[in-house]
Design a protein around this ligand. Structure first.
Ligand code: AHR
Length: 513
C-alpha cells in the first residue's frame, strides 16, 4: 500500500475555477465534423443534420468552449468557402489531412451547433496561407451588427444576429514545419501583431490567443514565446500551448507521469511570458490557453493514418478515418492527471481544449448511421467539469514516489481540489498512478466543518480485465465509474483508499469552521 497526505485550507485558494479549461476542439479532420457532430440522414439527426445522440454526450461531458475549425486544417482554409448557399460552396483539397473538404459545414452550421450544445465558440483564423485582411473580414462578418457589406452578407446567409465570438486564435502551431505557411517566430510575431490589431479595430471586445509552441520538445520552445510575445504583448491576451502524450515501448511509468511534463511546460511558459512582461515594463499578464491536449498514440500509429505517398494513401477522400484512438484505463488515469495539472495552474491557465471532441482522438465516438458512445477518457473530464466549481484550493501534498525513465521520480498520488462555497462542497480529484499497489490518501480540510461524503466514484481496471481494457462499439460500458467504497470523512479528515491504477472523485459537504 502506498500513502499520501494532502492538506487544504479554506484561506489558501488560487482563484476561481476558470470554467473555460473544460473546453474541447472540433477540427475539420477525419470524422470529427462529418459523421461526428454532423450527419444529415442519421436516425438521430435533427433538421439541421446535427446528431442529437452525440450532442447529448457533449452536454454530459460538460464542455464549456469549443475551438474551431482547426488545427492544421485552418492554415489552408478560406472561411468564405464555408458560408452561403451550401450547394454553391466549393469542394477543396485539404492538404493538412489529405482530404476532400465539401464545405457542407461551415461557420453558420458550427454556430448553430454551438448554440444548441450551449458552448462558447473559440474561432481560429488562418495565418498560414492568409493574413490580416481575411482575419479582420471574418471578425466583421461574425461580430458586426449590420449595415456593412460583410455583416449584411451574414444576414443574407441566414444569421440576422451577430455570432458575437469573443475568443480568437491567431493561427495554429505556426512554429511547426508541418504547418501550411509555417513561419519563423519573427515572421509570425509580426503577422499576429498586425492581424490582431486589425481584428480589434473591428471589434475591440475580442480576446486574442497568440500561437505558442506545439509542444515542450520543440527546438524553438522558449525562444518562440519570447520573440512572439515581444511582438504581440500589447495586442494579445493569451499564448497557446499544445501537448499530446502516449505510452511508448511499454514505459508505463513515464506515461503515467505525463502530468509532470504538463506542469513543467505550463510553468516554463508562465516564466517566459513574465520575463517578456518585465523586460517590456508591461503591467498586464499574458495568461495561458492550453488549446490542444490529450493522449494521442502518435508515434505508435505513425504512418497508419497519413501514409507518406499518394499511392499509399489510395487517393483523396471525404472525411476518412484518421487517428480514431481507442482509449483504455491507463489513458483515462493520465487524462485525469492532465486535468489536475490544468486545474492546479488555473490562476494562469485560463482556457484549455481537449483535442478533439468526436472520433478524432476523442472522448466521444460515433459510427456513421450507427451508435455513439463514451470512451474511457470521457469520465474524468465529465466529472471534473461537473464538480470543479468555485475556488481552486492550493494543495500541500506529500506522496510516496515512483521512478520514471523520463521525469525522474514523481508522486504516486496526484491531486487537485476545489471549494464550491455556494453549494457547500469540497471536491477532490485523485489519481493513483501506482500500477500494482492501492494508495491510502488522508486529506485534512482546514477551516472547514465536514458533514458527509456526497459523491465518491472511481475509474479503475474492471474485475478480471487488464489496464488495456477499453470501450468500443460492441462493449460501450466496460470502462466507467463505479462507487468508491473505502472512503470516509470525520472531524475534518478524509480517508480514501484508491485501487491500483485509478482515478477518483470524492466530494464532501462542508461549512466554514
Ligand atoms: O489535433 C490534431 C492536430 O494536432 C491538430 O490539427 C494540430 O494543431 C496538432 O498538431
Amino acid at each position: 500500500m502506498s500513502r499520501a497526505t494532502i492538506t487544504v485550507d479554506r484561506d489558501f485558494t488560487a482563484g476561481p475555477v476558470p470554467r473555460r479549461i473544460f473546453g474541447n476542439f472540433v477540427e475539420h479532420m477525419g470524422r470529427c465534423v462529418y459523421t461526428g457532430i454532423y450527419e444529415p440522414g442519421h436516425p438521430d439527426a435533427d433538421e439541421n443534420g446535427y446528431r442529437l445522440d452525440v450532442l447529448e454526450l457533449v452536454k454530459e461531458l460538460g464542455v464549456t468552449v469549443v475551438r474551431y475549425p482547426g488545427g492544421n486544417f485552418v492554415s489552408g482554409y478560406n472561411w468564405e468557402d464555408g458560408v452561403g448557399p451550401v450547394d454553391q460552396r466549393p469542394r477543396r483539397l485539404d492538404g493538412a489531412w489529405h482530404t476532400v473538404e465539401t464545405n457542407a459545414f461551415g461557420l453558420h452550421e458550427f454556430a448553430g451547433w454551438a448554440k444548441k450544445a450551449g458552448v462558447e465558440i473559440m474561432e481560429a483564423v488562418n495565418l498560414g496561407t492568409r493574413g490580416v485582411e481575411a482575419a479582420r473580414e471574418l471578425v466583421e462578418y461574425a461580430n458586426h451588427p449590420g449595415g456593412t457589406y460583410l455583416s449584411d452578407l451574414r444576414k443574407k446567409n441566414g444569421a440576422s444576429e451577430p455570432f458575437d465570438i469573443k475568443l480568437w486564435c491567431l493561427g495554429n502551431e505556426m512554429d511547426g514545419p508541418w504547418q501550411i505557411g509555417h513561419k519563423t517566430a519573427d515572421e509570425y510575431g509580426r503577422l499576429a501583431q498586425e492581424a490582431g490589431k486589425a481584428m480589434r479595430l473591428v471589434d475591440p471586445s475580442i480576446e486574442l490567443v497568440a500561437s505558442g509552441s506545439s509542444n515542450r520538445g520543440m527546438p524553438t520552445f522558449g525562444s518562440w514565446e519570447q520573440t512572439v510575445l515581444g511582438h504581440t504583448y500589447d495586442v494579445v491576451d493569451y499564448v497557446s500551448l499544445h501537448a499530446y502524450y502516449e505510452e511508448k515501448e511499454g514505459d508505463a511509468a513515464s506515461f503515467l507521469a505525463s502530468g509532470v511534463d504538463m506542469d513543467l511546460f505550463i510553468e516554463g511558459v508562465i516564466a517566459t511570458a513574465d520575463a517578456v512582461r518585465a523586460k517590456g515594463k508591461h503591467s498586464k499578464h499574458i495568461n495561458l490557453s492550453f488549446d490542444e491536449w490529450n493522449v494521442w498514440y502518435q508515434t505508435a500509429r505513425q504512418g497508419d493514418d497519413m501514409p507518406a505517398t499518394i499511392e499509399a494513401r489510395g487517393g483523396w477522400y471525404e472525411h476518412p478515418r484518421i487517428i480514431e484512438d481507442e482509449y483504455n484505463v491507463t489513458d483515462a488515469v493520465v487524462v485525469g492527471t492532465l486535468l489536475n495539472s490544468l486545474l492546479r495552474h488555473g490562476d494562469r491557465v485560463s482556457i484549455a481544449n481537449q483535442a478533439q471532441l468526436v472520433n478524432v482522438i476523442a472522448p466521444i465516438r460515433s459510427e456513421e448511421n450507427g451508435p455513439a458512445w463514451r470512451q474511457s477518457i470521457f469520465w474524468p473530464f465529465a466529472r471534473m467539469s461537473e464538480l470543479a466549481n468555485g475556488e481552486i484550493l492550493r494543495l500541500s501534498t506529500t506522496s510516496d514516489r515512483f521512478e520514471t525513465a523520463k521525469y525522474g521520480d514523481a508522486d504516486i498520488v496526484d491531486a487537485s481540489a476545489t471549494w464550491d462555497e455556494e453549494n457547500g462542497r469540497v471536491a477532490f480529484f485523485l489519481a493513483n498512478r501506482g500500477l500494482d499497489e492501492a494508495a491510502e490518501v488522508t486529506a485534512t480540510l482546514r477551516g472547514f466543518d465536514t458533514a458527509r461524503i456526497t459523491r465518491a466514484e472511481v475509474l479503475t481496471v474492471p474485475e478480471g480485465a487488464d489496464r488495456f481494457t477499453s470501450n468500443n462499439e460492441q462493449n460501450q460500458d466496460r470502462v466507467g465509474l463505479k462507487p468508491l467504497s473505502d472512503v470516509s470523512v470525520d472531524g475534518g479528515t478524509l480517508h480514501a483508499t484508491l485501487p491500483p491504477l485509478s482515478w477518483a472523485v470524492v466530494e464532501v459537504e462542508v461549512t466554514k469552521a
